[in-house]
Design a protein around this ligand. Structure first.
Ligand code: ADP
Ligand code: ILO
Length: 342
């Protein structure tokens, strides 16, 4: 393998941190699962417009390829090599009364965490049979859920295109054919081993074997962030009793993309800010101040429609889950105040 060429306008973290020296030091290394540097960087090489451009194949990737991953983790999360991650999933510690009780701005709230099974490779390095085992054990755990979390698992294999498309359109299901995941090796053997579990109200959902082996999701219309967080915590605890999660003291919950390490949490609202959207500099000044990320209405790498944005916490590692949700809450409250003032 030779040093990859990047276009001159490439701004991804891969372009920034994969120096020829780092490349030389890492190019022949392989984790115990056989995951290589070439695999770790392929998504960012094939997609030079990536924001980040790297994926881990297993927990060991983060130490074996540390000269590449550490600076990316530091730049994205502001988290140093010596730090330890702290978890706090206690909803009583969250101060988040509904920031939009009249329902003027917030359409819906969603909080998700990524989780992977301890001791197995992550999606980019998992084998077909291991992926199918993950599906079987996660589904077995989910099928024992009771009360408000009780629901049904719908495998992607055999799902009709119209049902799949409707679930995607309604923001419940992951999309198909993502080019970043494709180049990371995350779409191998598609659609086998993938699927979605949801409760009857579609307020608790689990994506199986997408970018992470599990994406545990709580969502509902409106801005009751605390209710969404409380349901999520109940679900995480219930699933964690059945399936052991990959976790390290340094990096928290282990995920395939370094941006998701730590809490692996993205807390978001879909929010209508049509006036503020006319002045993107003012909009971005607020989102930067509160460490927020702006996404389009159909998730990452999509556009806004009709002044509605997906606003979420950007940091996930080195802060607790409560702080991640608090970042989102504080920033969204500031955005609503700015919209009202216009
Ligand atoms: P992830 O959140 O898992 O990183 P995406 O950005 O691709 O991934 O979002 C997944 C789906 O969740 C998309 O359909 C997106 O529109 C939807 N979504 C995200 N936040 C919300 C929200 N607050 N309300 C409703 N749907 C949401
Ligand atoms: N690999 C893509 C996405 C990075 C962050 N988002 C995640 C984890 N889905 C990129 O580098 O732009």
């Amino acid at each position: 393998m030779t040093y990859p060429t990047f276009p001159s306008d490439c701004t991804s973290m891969l372009c920034r941190f994969l120096t020829p020296e780092v490349f030389e030091a890492l190019k022949d290394k392989k984790t115990a699962n056989g995951f290589t540097l070439e695999q770790a960087i392929n998504s960012g090489v094939v997609n030079p417009d990536s924001g980040i451009g790297v994926y881990a194949g297993d927990e060991e990737s983060y130490t074996l390829f540390a000269p590449l991953f550490d600076p990316i983790i530091e730049a994205y999360h502001g988290f140093g090599k010596e730090q330890k991650h702290q978890s706090d999933l206690n909803p009583d510690h969250l101060n988040a009364p509904n920031p939009d009780p009249e329902g003027e701005f917030i359409l819906s709230t969603r909080i998700r965490v990524g989780r992977n099974v301890a001791g197995l490779p992550l999606g980019p390095a998992i084998s077909k049979s291991q992926r199918n085992e993950v599906e079987a054990s996660v589904v077995e755990g989910l099928e024992s859920m009771t009360g408000a979390l009780e629901g049904t698992y719908y495998p992607l294999l055999g799902m009709s295109k119209s049902v799949q498309e409707q679930l995607i359109k309604d923001h419940f299901l992951f999309k198909e054919g993502d080019r970043f995941l494709e180049a990371a090796g995350l779409n191998r053997d598609w659609p086998e081993g993938r699927g979605i579990y949801h409760n009857h109200d579609k307020t608790f959902l689990v994506w199986v074997n997408e970018e992470d082996e599990m994406r545990i999701i709580s969502m509902q219309p409106g801005g009751d962030i605390k209710e969404v967080f409380t349901r999520l915590v109940t679900a995480i605890n219930a699933i964690g009793e059945k399936v052991p999660f990959a976790f390290s003291e340094h990096l928290g919950y282990i995920t395939s993309c370094p941006t998701n390490l730590g809490t692996a949490m993205r807390a978001s609202v879909h929010i209508a800010l049509p006036k503020l959207a006319r002045d993107m500099d003012a909009f971005k000044a607020i989102t930067e101040k509160y460490h927020l990320q702006i996404r389009g209405i159909h998730g990452e790498h999509s556009e806004s429609e009709g002044g509605v944005y997906d606003i979420s916490n950007r940091r996930r590692l080195g802060i607790t889950e409560v702080q991640a949700v608090q970042d989102m809450y504080d920033g969204v409250s500031a955005l609503i105040a700015a919209e009202k003032a216009l």
